[in-house]
Design a protein around this ligand. Structure first.
Ligand code: SF4
Length: 63
């Protein structure tokens, strides 16, 4: 599973960071960083939840 972000849509509100902090992080410029774009098996449920919870629908999954 891969996850990516559309940086033009993301508003850096950190909802996904709160739900899956091992995969998502905000950098010092308040831009979303995807730490593990190839999502490890033990993070996939968290990442699916984060993708569904993004209020801007800025995250995309490729299964
Ligand atoms: S939840 Fe969505 S809008 Fe918020 S930081 Fe994550 S990708 Fe960006």
């Amino acid at each position: 599973m891969r996850v990516r972000v559309d940086p033009l849509v993301c508003e850096a509100n950190a909802v996904c960071v709160g739900l899956a902090p091992e995969v998502f992080d905000l950098n010092d410029d308040d831009e979303l960083q995807i730490l593990q774009p190839d999502v490890p098996a033990d993070q996939q449920d968290r990442v699916r939840h984060a993708v569904r919870s993004c209020p801007k629908a800025a995250l995309t999954l490729e299964e």
